[in-house]
Design a protein. Structure first.
Lengths: 192, 236
């Protein structure tokens, strides 16, 4: 049995125990009206722009520069395979890549590269995109791949299981790649 | 009066074994994530906001079911003060748990020599605090409408409905349907991204006003619903 409030109190100068705090009601009403007005007035980004805006916090490296950047920094490449029409890709972009702290952590651990599939819109993909999709066996979006350039072993995950799971996977992949780089897990096996 | 009710709520929650177990699980999950990754970024908003569930589930409904509300309102207590007291108590408890978790997670990140700065700590405190306040407020309103822990059921049903509407709207190309689902989800998962306060991203007045509107509307709905309750020993 939960404890009962101990102090009997009077109902105050108003007398009624069912008095309504008018200021609070007024504030709520004003905010509700403002909410509706802003919902109509404030411009909302179109879906294709939303994905682009969401990536602002991760500074994506162009595909052509990724291998050099990875060799220079010693960091593995993180490929984000996505598509403009892909809803889960937008969720991942918003939850993970648009988050300031997550973006900083990603840039600290990886050379981030976004690979956007355009086959549905343009009928075909640029050669570099096709080549990467074939190399990493990408058949669903989003797919994340972590690996050193040219290495035969890499980490891959498909689909979006939420922010926490994605961050956890990224952290695990970074650790695995560090271990491979230091020889703790030799890079000997075939493609995954 | 409000302070007394708030203090009683906090004591009530802290003496509930089930809630303590849930709070410990959420607390441990967040701190272990940071310990594992070495990054305070692993402390995510949703589990921090879930402290709101620990503090606010059944905020009013359980009092109705147990018959305590009948006894409480047998005395000349202003009902709005009682509702506000319960709400403030839940907010204090949820925000306190968020603050404790961020502190513990900061310690865990320092142990791993992770990247920890004052700005990042402040960001996490605000992120978790906003989510917890949103959750407590929504549960306050839902709890005033249904007895027991029915507020949790309404929350789950509402989330499923929101996701379904949103998905159906996107699949069928009906923007209004997708928007309706999105707004329902925004209402139930009320929170604000504090990034603009730290110079990241642009301020969306709609997001801010939506959040404040949800919080204030929930409190008003809860007061309205409690004011309309006719409680007597015979009614139960």
């Amino acid at each position: 049995m939960p404890p009962v409030e101990p102090v009997p109190h009077d109902a105050g100068p108003g007398g009624s125990t069912r008095a309504v705090p008018r200021t609070l009601v007024l504030v709520a009403a004003v905010l509700l009206v403002a909410r509706v007005v802003l919902a109509v007035v404030e411009p909302r980004p179109a879906p294709q722009h939303a994905a682009a805006a969401a990536t602002e916090r991760v500074r994506w490296v162009p595909i052509a520069d990724a291998a050099d950047a990875s060799r220079r920094s010693g960091k593995p490449i993180l490929y984000d395979f996505s598509a403009a029409w892909c809803g889960p890709c937008r969720s991942m972009a918003r939850d993970v890549f648009a988050d300031r702290t997550a973006a900083r952590e990603i840039e600290r651990s990886f050379v981030p590269v976004r690979v956007v599939d355009r086959s549905r819109e343009d009928g075909r993909n640029p050669a570099a995109v096709d080549s990467l999709q074939r190399r990493y066996g990408v058949d669903a979006f989003p797919t994340l791949v972590v690996g050193m350039p040219g290495a035969v072993r890499f980490e891959r995950t498909s689909g979006y299981g939420g922010r926490a799971a994605t961050l956890e996977w990224l952290a695990e992949s970074a650790t695995t790649e560090r271990q491979r780089a230091t020889g703790a897990a030799p890079d000997t096996a075939g493609l995954q | 009066m409000i302070g007394t009710v708030a203090r009683t709520l906090v004591v009530q929650r802290l003496t509930s074994p089930m809630r303590l177990v849930l709070a410990a699980a959420l607390f441990g999950f967040g701190v272990l994530s940071v310990l594992f990754t070495g990054s305070l970024a692993a402390l995510v908003a949703a589990p921090m906001g879930a402290f709101g569930y620990v503090a606010a589930a059944g905020l009013i409904g359980q009092e109705v079911s147990s018959g305590v509300l009948t006894m409480t309102f047998a005395r000349p207590i202003r009902r709005s003060d009682w509702v506000l007291g319960r709400w403030f108590g839940a907010l204090a408890l949820a925000c306190g748990l968020v603050a404790l978790q961020v502190l513990a997670a900061t310690g865990a990140a320092l142990v791993r020599h992770g990247d920890v700065g004052l700005q990042l700590i402040a960001f996490k405190l605000l992120e978790g605090g906003f989510a917890a306040v949103g959750t407590c407020s929504v549960l306050l309103a839902l709890s005033a409408l249904v007895p027991g822990l029915g507020d949790l059921g309404l929350m789950v049903l509402g989330s499923i409905l929101g996701a379904t509407l949103s998905g159906a709207g996107m699949q069928t190309g009906r923007a209004w349907l997708a928007r309706a689902g999105e707004e329902l989800q925004r209402f139930l998962g009320a929170t604000i991204d504090p990034s603009p306060l730290f110079g990241q991203g642009t301020v969306s007045w709609f997001e801010i006003v939506s959040y404040l509107s949800t919080v204030s509307l929930c409190v008003v709905v809860a007061i309205w619903a409690v004011n309309r309750k006719e409680l007597s020993y015979a009614s139960g």
